[in-house]
Ligand binder design. Structure first.
Ligand code: SF4
Ligand code: ZN
Length: 710
């Protein structure tokens, strides 16, 4: 037997033995009926569920899994067989980790690792992964001989937007090296035990179930999905023991190449298992192995510029300067101009820069003027909304809010590195020319930090612009425009999904409005957003358009034939998986429940967000369940076919309060109801079906007297 297969089998058999012992011990201690679960997931023990279709709910259910696990270990001298043994190790690791959650509801509370990653987090990663904002996922295991190398590698991945999941002592090496960790910073410590690697494996596996519509139990489809669509790879540091090797074999079976810093000599498997002893080459080699291309935007400013800094928080004590609407005039506005009226790349600062001792507080009116043959006024707001993202890409800069309500903080470190306001202009200019070059030919930027001048700009330039835009948005409806758009951005994860984006129904991710789709079509004519003609509408209430059917059929390669824009029960729009909210029918209340991704509790349907969400997704139509954006809730088109917003009977309080102003306005306009949200139940009032009904009855909720919903 080769050294490699030998190591894999030794590891797999060891893990199998360990798992069997641990399961038997747990059953002896807690009984076979003891429930077992990772918590925030609708997919049971995800690896076992996806690979076999078995829904493990109790310790007793694990006994059969051990048999399956052992059957994967054939001990035959053949690499393919040995990789299956690697899958057995993955299953074993999952069981061992799940058992930790039986012992203790929060086994990772005292660990510098986050352990299990909940379904909502995976859903929230959908958009950044499809847009390439997160170009890949690194799984880093072990302990580097020289901690500084590990720090450098992780930072390099971070600067490229790659998410790093850390397992083992490398966690402490990276943290001691000053790297800040957390999901939003894309450096995520999982745990110190090798088995913690399961927490990233199940992320990949659940992506197949959530976005890919892979049927649980279809192992071949699962492996195909992870191999083709999950851009993950593994790096190991330090000596390899047999357990790490067999876990690595599991990764290879899932299609994730493994790069190790140990010299494996003739035991390498090209493309799947390779050695790189030179730490300076690991990042490059890993990206090559997974064929990940990084778009670099080199911007000549004194601090780093990368998507990974987007989530960075700058606290008061670390702050050098603040431009905040709480204290001073602020506004940021993008305006279309005639080409001859502006000078390309002209940067002007009217007023002081952020130089000075102590905390510098300034007003800031930021005026970006753009011109181009293909520029349209409708694209102004699309560009303007990106300012927030671009500023946050600067290391040491935090931006919140938009328009005339924002706050910018500049850290002491960034200031000391030399960051000044002209660098903000550089960022705006470079990114506009990078991302919007199809429509912008010239761009001129002026910042006003002088108190009087800033106030004047706000009053005479920015406010009139915002008001005009709001009026335009008000007037935009599905009736007033000539065309809708498809969006297939999510197809890299959900190959059978296509969104239909209309003025009143934004993409279910909440990130693509009709204006965004229109701009995308202009920027990238053959790209993800294509025009749907409104001609020949067959049903205005349900929203049935022949061209929507035609386009969706084409976009999903025949997977879907009919779609309605406004019905929940008849050919509802499909979901990819990254929806902000899910709406599900509550028959006994003759209405619908809406739940947002952030809500962790139980809904009156007896299902959590994750469980509701698992009812749909992967481009499959499930009448009665539909993913959608937050903004859609207050739309006059929201489940119009079923009677509209009057059907909403329950929402989490936070969501209800967020949408209340607009939802109440729509309810008043459409149905003459005052303060409609007061009639909608939430978790602080009741979450069990009976009590919800009592509340609705007491409030005289309109859904109760509407025609039967089904
Ligand atoms: Fe994905 Fe739909 Fe959003 Fe496009 S609009 S990014 S397809 S969820
Ligand atoms: Zn999506």
């Amino acid at each position: 037997m080769s050294v490699l297969t030998d190591l894999i089998y030794t590891g797999s058999n060891a893990v199998a033995g360990l798992t069997e012992g641990a399961v038997n011990d747990a059953i002896a201690r807690y009984g076979a009926d003891q429930s077992i679960s990772f918590g925030d997931t609708a997919y049971f023990l995800p690896t076992i569920y996806a690979a076999t279709g078995v829904k493990v709910k109790t310790l007793g259910d694990l006994t059969a899994c051990i048999t399956v696990l052992k059957s994967l270990i054939s001990n035959k001298e053949e690499l393919g067989e040995a990789l299956n043994a690697g899958l057995a190790t993955a299953v074993g690791a999952e069981i061992l980790e799940a058992l930790k959650y039986v012992e203790d509801a929060e086994p990772y509370a005292n660990e510098t690792g986050i352990g299990f990653v909940g379904d909502p987090v995976i859903r929230s990663l959908g958009v950044p992964l499809v847009t390439g904002d997160i170009p890949g996922v690194a799984v880093i295991v072990g302990k580097a001989e020289n901690p500084a190398d590990a720090v450098k590698i992780v930072k390099d991945y971070q600067s490229k937007g790659i998410m790093s999941f850390l397992v083992g002592d490398i966690i402490d090496q990276v943290i001691d090296g000053g790297v800040k960790t957390g999901l939003e910073l894309r450096v995520i410590p999982l745990g110190h035990d090798v088995t913690a690697v399961t927490h990233v494996v199940t992320v990949a596996i659940r992506a197949a179930l959530i976005f890919g519509g892979v049927e649980p139990g279809n192992l071949a489809a699962l492996l195909e999905y992870t191999k083709q669509r999950v851009p993950a790879f593994v790096n190991t540091f330090g000596p390899l023991n047999e357990v790490v090797v067999s876990a690595g074999a599991g990764a290879i079976a899932l299609g994730f190449p493994v790069l190790t810093d140990i010299d494996l000599a003739e035991n390498q498997v090209p493309g799947a298992l390779e050695s790189m002893t030179d730490h300076a080459e690991i990042v490059k080699k890993s990206l090559e192995l997974r064929n990940i291309k990084i778009k670099v935007t080199e911007i000549p400013i004194p601090v780093a510029f990368a998507a990974a800094f987007e989530g960075e928080i700058i606290r008061r004590n670390d702050m050098h300067a603040e431009m905040s609407s709480h204290k001073n005039t602020t506004c940021e506005v993008v305006m279309m101009r005639q080409k001859d009226d502006i000078e390309d790349r002209r940067f002007t600062l009217e007023g002081p820069d952020i130089d000075g001792e102590g905390v510098v507080e300034l007003p800031l009116a930021c005026v970006v003027e753009v011109a181009g043959d293909k520029m349209q006024e409708d694209f102004e707001s699309v560009i303007e909304r990106k300012i927030h993202t671009w500023y946050n890409y600067m290391e040491g800069v935090m931006h919140t809010g938009q328009r005339n309500q924002f706050r910018i903080r500049v850290s002491k470190d960034a200031y000391e590195a030399g960051l000044r306001l002209k660098d903000f202009m550089e960022v705006l200019y470079d990114m506009i020319m990078n991302d919007f070059d199809t429509v912008v030919d010239k761009c001129q930027i002026t910042f006003y930090t002088d108190k009087e001048k800033a106030a004047k700009i706000l009053e005479t330039v920015a406010m009139p612009k915002y008001n005009a835009r709001d009026e335009r948005l008000e007037s935009l409806s599905d009736e007033t425009v000539d065309e809708f758009y498809t969006c297939i951005l999510c197809q890299s994860f959900a190959p059978a999904h296509c969104c239909v984006v209309t003025p009143e129904r934004l993409g279910l991710c909440g990130a693509v409005s009709w204006l965004d789709a229109k701009a995308t079509k202009e920027l990238d004519p053959a790209g993800p957003c294509q025009i749907i003609s409104k001609e020949g509408c067959l049903d205005e209430v349900k929203g049935i358009y022949p061209d929507a059917d035609r386009m969706i059929n084409e976009a999903t390669h025949g997977a879907l034939e009919h779609v309605t824009l406004y019905s929940l029960l008849e050919d509802p729009m499909t979901s990819c998986g990254c929806f902000e909210c899910i709406c599900g029918i509550m028959p006994e209340a003759n209405g619908v429940v809406i739940c947002n991704r952030e809500f962790k509790g139980m809904t009156p349907t007896g299902m959590t967000f994750g469980e509701l969400a698992s009812m749909t997704g992967g481009g499959v139509q499930t009448p009665g369940f539909m993913g959608h954006g937050r903004h859609f809730i207050s739309s006059k088109k929201f489940i119009k076919a079923e009677g509209g917003i009057e059907r909403i009977v329950w929402m989490p309080k936070e969501l209800k309060e967020d949408v209340a102003p607009r939802l109440n306005k729509t309810a008043k306009e459409m149905f003459g109801i005052d303060n409609f949200t007061d009639m909608i139940c939430d978790e602080t009032i009741a979450s069990d079906s009976e009590a919800v009904l009592e509340f609705l009855t007491a409030k005289g909720h309109p859904a109760l007297s509407m025609p039967e919903i089904m």
